[in-house]
Design a protein around this ligand. Sequence first.
Ligand SMILES: [Zn+2]
Length: 282
Amino acid sequence: MIASCRKEEGIRPVVEKTKAERKKSQPKADPVKKNSVSQGKQNVSSGTKKKEQPDSPGVSAIYQGKIAIVLDDWGYNLNNVELLKQIDAPLTLAILPRRAYSVRIAELAKELNKEAILHLPMEPHREKQYQLEPDTLLITMSKQEILKILEMDFKSVPGLKGISNHMGSQATESEDLMKVIFEELKKKKLYFLDSLTGKTVGKKLALEVKLPYARRSVFLDNKSDAEYIQGQLEALAKMAKQEGFAVGIGHDRKRTLEVLVQAIPELKKRGFKFVYTSELVE
Ligand SMILES: [Zn+2]
């Protein structure tokens, strides 16, 4: 299941934003202006007010940009929790609903000052055969069916701040399905992180209904290879520097976490600021 998720979530090109969007999300590394832009966004951490400083004490690097790292597919086991504990930075954990350890991971997220979101299984295009998670939201489902599943899923990730799509290349193209989900998110004051697995209607719809929305900039671990992951982190850092912020999505995998344990302190030293996804939603 994890492997198929990676393929589905990795089918989009690494860099998503158009030049026009980059321009819009300026300034590059102008801390004062960026701060004014981010007013009114949801901030999880109370320490975010003086956030335009590198957060390693004694580090004098020039501020480079904000990075949110999201780790997908938690809930099946606790195998990588020890590695997670070694990462001293805000991270967002995207937890699959109603798995053996969904609740436990959500609790751990709270204990470890990480942000928990629901990683909602959504229908992929079926040109390849994917093994679907139980109760994957399908475009053929009725509104009642969707709401029933959402209700159960929300309950299984206590303290969640938002949701993201697991797979979903098909489902995120469906305005009808997405509208039902977004209406529920509005009611519950949650944000949507678009994993960008297809030609999503997410951004357009989020603007229409004024739902806090963020989207993936870079997939970090389409290959479970340390050098590859480091390269993707560099691409993410470059984008954060150019645009002011970037969202990187990786997975609950040993190799990914091992690379992050090493790389995050280095990126902090270089002036990058790690934030929760909720600090980047617009
Ligand atoms: Zn996933």
